[in-house]
Design a protein around this ligand. Sequence first.
Ligand SMILES: Cc1cc2nc3c(=O)[nH]c(=O)nc-3n(C[C@H](O)[C@H](O)[C@H](O)COP(=O)(O)OP(=O)(O)OC[C@H]3O[C@@H](n4cnc5c(N)ncnc54)[C@H](O)[C@@H]3O)c2cc1C
Length: 489
Amino acid sequence: MKNYDVIVVGAGNAALSAALSAKDNGAEKVLVLEKASSKEKGGNSRYTNGAYRFAYNDFSDLKKVIPNLKNSNSIDYGKYSVADFLRDMNKVTDGKTDKKLSKILTSKSFETIHWLSKKGLKFTPIKGRQSFKVNGVMRYWGGLTLEVNGQGEKLIDSMLKIIKKNKIEILYDTAATDLIYEDNIIKGVKVISKNKPKTITAKSVVLACGGFESSPEMRTRYLGPGWEMAKVRGTKHNTGDGLSMALKIGASPYGNWSGCHAVFHDMNGPEFSDLKISNKYRKISYPWGIVLNANGERFVDEGEDFRNFTYAKFGKEVIKQPNQIGWQIFDHKVRHMLYPEYDVKSATMVRANSIKELLKKISSINSQKALKTINDFNKAVKEEVKYDPTIKDGRCTEGLALNKSNWANKIDKAPFYAYGVTCGITFTFGGLRVNQKCQVLNKVMKPIKGLFAAGEMVGGIFYFNYPGGSGLTSGAVFGKIAGKYSAKL
Ligand SMILES: Cc1cc2nc3c(=O)[nH]c(=O)nc-3n(C[C@H](O)[C@H](O)[C@H](O)COP(=O)(O)OP(=O)(O)OC[C@H]3O[C@@H](n4cnc5c(N)ncnc54)[C@H](O)[C@@H]3O)c2cc1C
């Protein structure tokens, strides 16, 4: 096998950003190793909506990313400063996010998305999910405004085209199994390529091969009991290999190892996600209804905040419930507001013309208790507060053991709907400790020469929760940095 300047492990968004950046920064021979076959390529990045959160000052910044974007009086794209992004990172992580890393993530978010667009990635404003019509104007919440045209699938296809154009090699069906580490220096990787062991040498290695969300053993070990029951929302290949390899040679673990991004997900979804249905197992329109567990009790404040700030943490709550299940209940008034994934044929859904009949149809719920919960909820809604889904309207319930803080509506207009959910894990938060060059640090906090990390593998950024759209941005920002410094060795 020939000797490379840079080997990048993984071929998701972080890895491909790292490989491109390594090329940009002078590395001649760059090799990308991907465990999946070319048919299953793209990692979790391929399953995404392709939405990137990034800071922008005004319309003119968005226009730099999408040169043919038209301004219009009927659309307000808003703005989202670096300070706003940092504030959101601190808010959702309870201030735990690493100060240096989150400063890099937020302050370099715009230039990195701009770099990707100049490389050829085509962005478009997100339709529907991130905006609301107010007085005839489509107003964006801010922050999560653009996605890749064609979402995750196109993101990966386009990145791979750009990779090819830059003469970067990719080996599919090739899993890195070990780092070659001698005299305190990384010398390459051992791989299983098409089921045969091989050794590939390089001056530096960028690990960008995801977290451990697809390993039931590691989930249970680090996230806790019950997590082996979670369904995986993305690829089956992110089994913590890069983390295990790095820890084996003395890399320092960092961040929220017992934490992950996990959402409400169809209770009958498969063990790993299926690219045809992809993101559609997700069920995150709960702010417009309530969620009951098998005992017929509510267990989250469905209206705590905008869904961007709660959806990633509520999956964890359903793991704690009996049989790890829940039922989301909606009435006719809000049914039209649910995301399109509620319409997929395979959705676990029950519909009825009365609440009693609805609950009777659900065998896995204590229907008497559930009926009481719904009646008590209806009585507690503060109807004098105006309902407004475009803002945190303060239309809450009062006097319940667990109140709903916003968007509380009586569930009283037939037909009624119940959607069966469980936990769908997206990605894990625990990772490796890196410095500002994305060099992986060892146990005495010194860089391991030649070893870099990016994407889901970087620890210390997300704790407990995550602002929607930051995963791709984090992969691109830290991938670009890792690529740059790996090329300089
Ligand atoms: C359904 C879904 C929707 C999402 N939507 C969004 C969104 O819209 N916006 C957003 O910001 N985030 C979203 N996310 C989160 C986002 O996917 C991740 O944060 C991001 O894609 C991680 O990128 P990555 O490159 O680190 O990992 P990945 O894209 O998962 O890439 C890791 C790659 O490494 C490979 N690999 C694993 N082990 C090895 C090995 N031993 N050797 C070689 N290769 C290996 C894997 O096969 C994989 O291709 C979503 C996630 C899911 C599952």
